[in-house]
Design a protein around this ligand. Sequence first.
Ligand SMILES: CC(C)(COP(=O)(O)OP(=O)(O)OC[C@H]1O[C@@H](n2cnc3c(N)ncnc32)[C@H](O)[C@@H]1OP(=O)(O)O)[C@@H](O)C(=O)NCCC(=O)NCCS
Length: 379
Amino acid sequence: MAETKGLAGVVVADTRKSKVDGENGILYYGGYNILDLAENASFEEVAYLLWNDQLPTQSELNAFEDQVNTEMQVPGKVLDALKMLPKNTHPMAALRTAVSMLGCFDDEADDPSLEANQRKALRLLAKTPTLVAAWAQIREGKEPITPNVGVSLAENFMYMFKGGVEPTQTEIDATNVYLILLADHGFNASTFTSRVVTSTEGDMYSAVTAAIGALKGPKHGGANEAAMNMFMEIGSEDAVEDFFYDEVKGNDRKIMGIGHRVYKAPDPRATVLREHADALAGNGANEKWFNIASKLEDLALADQYFIERKLFANVDYYSAIVLYSLGIEPDIMTPLFAMSRMAGWTAHIIEQWNDNRLIRPRANYIGDVDLEWLPIEER
Ligand SMILES: CC(C)(COP(=O)(O)OP(=O)(O)OC[C@H]1O[C@@H](n2cnc3c(N)ncnc32)[C@H](O)[C@@H]1OP(=O)(O)O)[C@@H](O)C(=O)NCCC(=O)NCCS
């Protein structure tokens, strides 16, 4: 058996982008604690930090925000192509397809120079929210909304997602915090995927398209959707104990949004998101979802099996409640994760280009060797 199954604990490269201190539950982007960034920064500021390894000055930020804003529109032909997809296409599949198509419309797609990669990263960051919001409209038979001039990514996304209705400041702030918290996370599966593609000297669009595919799975970014579906399946606070004892303890079902490969202490992003989920769900229609999540987490935190394995709520657990409270349907939750992680993916892709070596591990072969060749009629 391979000693490093799932590459657990294997360090494959240096990075300046983020440090995940799993033992102490601390996350840094470019040296800054995620808690400070979530409280004080804008998502644009965080993207700038990840790409430049330093925070922008006010004038640098203004120029950067302007550049992002001018790149938010997507080619009309990409929107036309989205309109041809079956309406029940999963939003992550629609996003994967649309981002791949963006590459076909970018003259610099195959230019690997640093300057071209920086321009492509900016385009991808700016256009992804437009694509996510566009598919939310198109699948309901509506026209996509054009992004507003002069407003942030968080505000523009909510504006487009809500069909051209101005979002509230609470909605903008919660979206901004969500986008900051998920922007980067060491060598997670999708970021690693993007670096593997880049290590072959593959282009940035190929790398982020592959990363979107990796993010979609429920063991990674798809966990927010799976967590919300699980809360909905539970349905009421009264049903939480039965779910925990019958399904999780009795039937070996995993609690989606709990557990992490690196964190053996509470995930700091989950702590922040829990507070936002509590505040957003408030006493309104979504309070029940927060209460279900909170009660299920309490049962897990008090259970010996979970204690021994150091299993805590991860970023996706309370993300589900935050996003649902913002009106995001479960299957659009992972695309929001992609909107955020696009900052990290592109930062890592550029870092990989700057000091590249082909990523090519080996496998421990456990099959037979030297078998005798038999003609097909004798097998
Ligand atoms: C995130 C995850 C994939 C990590 O996987 P991993 O590092 O390979 O860890 P394992 O799956 O081997 O888990 C270690 C142990 O904890 C258990 N465990 C892990 N997550 C669990 C969960 N959510 N519910 C119940 N048990 C869980 C495993 O069954 C395993 O038990 P064992 O030691 O008896 O075999 C895993 O925790 C998981 O599937 N969580 C739910 C999905 C999720 O939230 N994904 C988003 C991650 S940010």
